[in-house]
Every structure is written in structure tokens, then in C-alpha cells.
Write a protein that binds this ligand. Sequence first.
Ligand code: NAP
Length: 352
Amino acid sequence: MDVRLAVTGFGNVGQGLATLLQQHSEEYVDRYGVRLLLTGVADSGGGAVDPAGLEPADLLQAKQAHGTVAAAARGRPGLRGEDFLSAASGHVFVEAASTNFIDAEPGWSYIRSALQRDMDVVLASKGALALHWRDLMTMAAERGRIVFYSATVGAPLPSLQVADRALLGAEILAFEGILNGTTHQILTAMAQGATYEEGVRQAQEIGIAETDPTLDVDGWDAAAKVAIVANAVFGANLRLDDVARQGIRGVTAADLEHARSRGQRIKLIGRAQRRDRTVTASVAPEPRDSSDALGRLRGDDMGIVFLVEPLGRMAITIESGGHGGGISTAMTVLRDVLNLARDRAWSTPSPG
Ligand SMILES: NC(=O)c1ccc[n+]([C@@H]2O[C@H](COP(=O)([O-])OP(=O)(O)OC[C@H]3O[C@@H](n4cnc5c(N)ncnc54)[C@H](OP(=O)(O)O)[C@@H]3O)[C@@H](O)[C@H]2O)c1
């Protein structure tokens, strides 16, 4: 079965996805019985569309040479919105554009249009989930559409799949996690003697911190992830503002030294718990024993621990953020697309 993908955003994640398709498309056909075709790709300069499938190498080359996919063979400068979705005629809309926590655009408008067009949706961007969870999920349910968003919560950690599939039948009471690689990298550097400013600079040098790291260091990114996981796991309807939030700017060398003297490390922990019918959620720095599942993590490692009745604590961790943000996030988007194809019974497993 051919699965047609319309993708907005051709930065780290979008280009990572094109690279994976360029290298592994035939393998996916053999292994999963599904041929993934990029039928539309848009960036801020316009789009490229071909219902028969665009050539990933051509898109990557056009982006590198001219800064926009609109310069590719099937490119159309200025193509966006409804015109783009209509021309791409995809089965699945993949949202991998930059977003914000003010109006969640451009993703939120695209997502609504895609659902109206009866497309399934795979999200890398968090904005719409953190601000419009209930509306988005209600609209998807009314249209009978699937929305997957693994990449939004610490890709490539399989947090949501574990919660949704591996723990089916058990009860998740709470979770806690290190869900933001940038702050974790900064705190690790500070624990090794760097100042806060040096820690930020190091994180920028290795390419995980933005020029303006506000959304990370003030805890917004982690809070959005906590809201998304809590909504998915507890059936809650949290918005970003419902998560009590404290970032890492106030963490001092004295705090780190005090923690170290007690065999602990300071981590930015996001957590949520359900008591009766109430879900509470927070993000804050806290000392952790260096031997516990989250306390032992370093650098841009990430992890999440579920407290599960009757199984106890279940930890999922990944070292070094899965190596290389764009590709590991693209892998996670791809995993969602392949799972979606499987759930829709579009894919046929290879014999033997
Ligand atoms: N990088 C990661 O590892 C990671 C992990 C989890 C989630 N995410 C999320 O995934 C999304 C993409 O991340 P990224 O690292 O790929 O970001 P990025 O490198 O900054 O790329 C963002 C892309 O969005 C495009 N864009 C901006 N406005 C647009 C519009 N109106 N229509 C279509 N495209 C538009 C940009 O176009 P131009 O190229 O023309 O500027 C660019 O291609 C973000 O929302 C991010 O928060 C990223």
C-alpha cells in the first residue's frame, strides 16, 4: 500500500525524515509492506507537491542550494495552507514546522484543515497539543482520524507507546521524567564546575540549545511535555498554564555542591499524578540520588518513570538524546507513521 505524506516544516526534522526515506524506503516496503511517499513538503518559502511522490534527494538538494523546497523540481513558491494540502493529497499530515506557545501556529490551522480533509495526523510540534488538546482530540474523534505525537514528548523515548500499549490493563498512578535535553545538559555541565552561562554556551555549541534558550531554561518546553503526557495517560485536559513551572535559572553553584555532598544531583523533573479525578502537574529542579533511574542520567540523556499499579516503578531511559536531534526525532515521526499504517491495516507484515 502507498501511504502519501504531506509534511510542513523542512528543518532538522523534515530533512531528517526525507533522509530516512531516501535511504530506507525499499526496506520499509519489504519489512512493513508499506511504501511511504512524500507527496507534499512545505517550508516558509513555499511547497513542492507531486501526488506520485517527490524525490527526497531533490528536496534536500534544493533546500541546501536555495534555502527552500519551493526551488525543487516540483516546487511552487508561496504554496501554503489549503492550497498546499489540496495539491499534496496525502493520507497523513505530518507537522514538523516551528511552533510557539502563544497561538500554536502555523501548526494549529494546518491540523484543523488536515482533519477536515479526513487526513490522519502525526505531530512533531508541541504547540497545538499544549494549547488546544481538547479541541484537537474532539475534532479528530468526530472525523474518525488518528493523531499520533510521540515526537513531541522527548523523542525518541517511547513513553506514549509504553503507556498506551505495554501498560494496557495496568493503572498508571503518576509519572516523573527528565524530558528536556537542553536543561539537562546545562545542569550536567554546572555540576562539573561550569557557570550557568558556560553551560548554556556549551549546549548551544553542541547544537541542542536555541540562540534564545528561554523556552528550555524557564521550563516551558518541559511543562508542555508534561501536559501532553498527562493528557494522554490520564485522559486529562491540561493546558500549558496548568503545569506549575520553575526553570533552572535559580540553580546556584552552592545548590549543586550541597546536592553533591549528599550523593545527589540536581535535575529538572517534570511530573504529574492523578488522585481521585484530579490531575496535578509540575516542573521544577530537585535533588535526586545519583543512583536512581533519573538521578544517574547525564548530559542530554532523557528518561521517564511510570508509577504503575500493580507493577511498581517502570523506567524508560535513553542515552545522549538518541544521538542527533533531527534524525532521532525524524525516526520517532516515522515510527508513528508506520504504527498508524499498521493500525489502519494499510501495511502487511513481510512473510517469514
Ligand atoms: N529538533 C528536534 O529534535 C525536535 C524534537 C522534538 C520536537 N521538535 C519540534 O519539531 C518541529 C520542527 O523542529 P526542527 O528542529 O526541524 O525545527 P527547525 O529546524 O527550526 O525547522 C522548522 C521548519 O519550519 C518551517 N516553517 C516555519 N514556518 C512555516 C510555515 N508557515 N509553513 C511551513 N513551514 C514553516 C521552517 O521553514 P524554513 O526552513 O523556510 O525556515 C523550517 O523548515 C518544531 O516544532 C520543534 O519544536 C523538534
